[in-house]
Design a protein around this ligand. Structure first.
Ligand SMILES: C[S@@+](CC[C@H](N)C(=O)[O-])C[C@H]1O[C@@H](n2cnc3c(N)ncnc32)[C@H](O)[C@@H]1O
Length: 317
């Protein structure tokens, strides 16, 4: 069964055939909009047949047999650059991704019990965290992300892992049918600051949960007291689409306004070049190019350097 058919079958089991058909149709149409989609499909079709299996080893997703010739395989995998989220070992090839996403996972995994849960991961990227969630006991993970390259990478990864209940829908959260709900847990990591309508996003996340379900929200904040928000007038850390960075107090207020309860911050960590950096597999600008070389703690635009908070909250019962 191919990756889209597996997604459709999983959705049909949980939500019925018509929702499954509608979501899968949106997924396929969204992917087909990207000019490189057929090139990526051709590259994926050339991947060697091998024994599939997966495990997490020291935070690295290790998938597929090691027998495939590393040189040829690496060449095929380069068609999917930039690889941002990992680290990954696919067959015999180590992919040193831009992000050591395992470090983010370490900061939260002991605070969240995913055993037996159905999880929605919003802005899942290539769904690296879905493997961490399954390894932590989640029953099923459904991710969504509108970036077609990351969905192509997910399909490549699934070529090596074999079928697993870690799915990725090519869609923005707001494009998913409201009936795709009832999750035990929703993750939104690295998405809120990309949204102009932060309150809508926080309410939509809540609507996807069963009563009493839990939120894991990770987002950029600014340090300091009070209820304040930084609205960059142009770029933030080289990114064009960063709309608002709240203080912790302000973020807590936003969550309460959106109807969340039991709000707590479990981590605040500055992003460093240990966690985010240019590599052979992501050879473009990264954190180093986003910071002011003359002013430690400042971005090139003069804003405070990236600081990320991880929040937990609950949907009222
Ligand atoms: C900074 S990345 C974070 C990826 C991953 N969650 C992490 O924490 O490393 C943000 C991701 O959100 C996705 N995204 C942006 N807008 C979105 C939306 N409206 N709904 C769902 N995903 C979105 C982007 O395509 C991108 O992959």
């Amino acid at each position: 069964m191919n990756v889209s058919d597996h997604l459709r079958a999983t959705l049909a089991d949980e939500y019925g055939q018509s929702l499954a058909d509608a979501v899968t149709e949106h997924h396929r149409a969204w992917l087909a909009r990207h000019g490189d989609w057929s090139t990526w499909q051709q590259a994926r079709a050339q991947l060697p047949r091998l024994d599939t299996a997966w495990r997490l080893q020291d935070g690295r997703l290790v998938a597929g047999a090691e027998s495939a010739s590393p040189g040829d395989l690496a060449e095929l995998l380069r068609a999917f650059i930039p690889w941002r989220k990992g680290p990954l070992r696919l067959g015999s090839v180590d992919i040193d991704t831009e992000w050591r996403s395992d470090l983010k996972w370490q900061r939260l995994v002991s605070q969240v019990d995913l055993a037996g849960e159905r999880v929605l991961d919003v802005g899942a990227g290539n769904a690296y965290f879905g493997w961490c969630m399954l390894a932590a006991g989640a029953r099923c993970v459904i991710g969504c992300d509108p970036t077609q390259l990351f969905v192509a990478q997910h399909e490549v990864i699934r070529h090596f892992t074999g079928p697993a209940p870690n799915h990725l829908i090519a869609a923005r959260l707001e494009d998913l049918p409201p009936a795709l709900d009832g999750f035990d847990r929703v993750f939104s990591m690295g998405v809120l600051y990309h949204r102009r309508d932060h309150l809508d996003h926080l309410v939509d996340l809540k609507n996807r949960l069963r009563p009493g379900g839990g939120l894991v929200l990770e987002t950029l904040i600014i340090d300091g007291p009070g209820d304040r928000v930084l609205v960059p007038d142009d770029r933030y850390a080289n990114m064009r689409n960063v709309h608002a960075l709240p203080t912790l107090t302000c973020l807590e207020r936003w969550l309460a306004q959106a109807g969340w309860t039991s709000i707590q911050c479990i981590d605040c960590t500055p992003t460093t070049e240990v966690e985010q950096r240019r590599t052979e597999w992501m050879p473009f600008h990264s954190l180093a190019e986003a910071l002011d070389p003359d002013q430690p703690g400042r971005t090139r635009e003069g804003h405070p350097a990236p600081l990320r908070a991880i929040m937990l909250a609950q949907k009222p019962v």
